[in-house]
Design a protein. Sequence first.
Length: 141
Amino acid sequence: MIGIVLIGHAHIASEMLIALQHVVGEEPLIASVDVGDDYEPESLAKVLNEKIKACDVGKGVLLLADMFGGTPCNIAMGCLKPGHVEVISGFNLPLLIKATSLRHHEKDLKVLADQVVVSGKQYIQIAQQLNISRATECGDV
């Protein structure tokens, strides 16, 4: 099974992992790294590397960073190893759910990365353009 590691600013990575567990339950080989204000690049890279190793059982690791160009992504990019560690920037919950589901049967890390990016983009929508009736009124906003 392909492992997954999330890395992001403040507590977004660990909170996204909590949200994932709320939706799909406990999953093996998933970890998170939060990047606080007091980070030191060298120690953070070491922690990230340890999490990658812990989530790798020989099938590779999908490394998800919260946004391209930010410190967490820049540190993640240092771990990029084609065919072994793939980095995706800009994660959301649907992307993470799809990655968690597909990794059980997808053996190719690059294929998995391509599929979850499509899914993550697919679930970003402007609600008004979907023409869906509202199930619950929000009141006077």
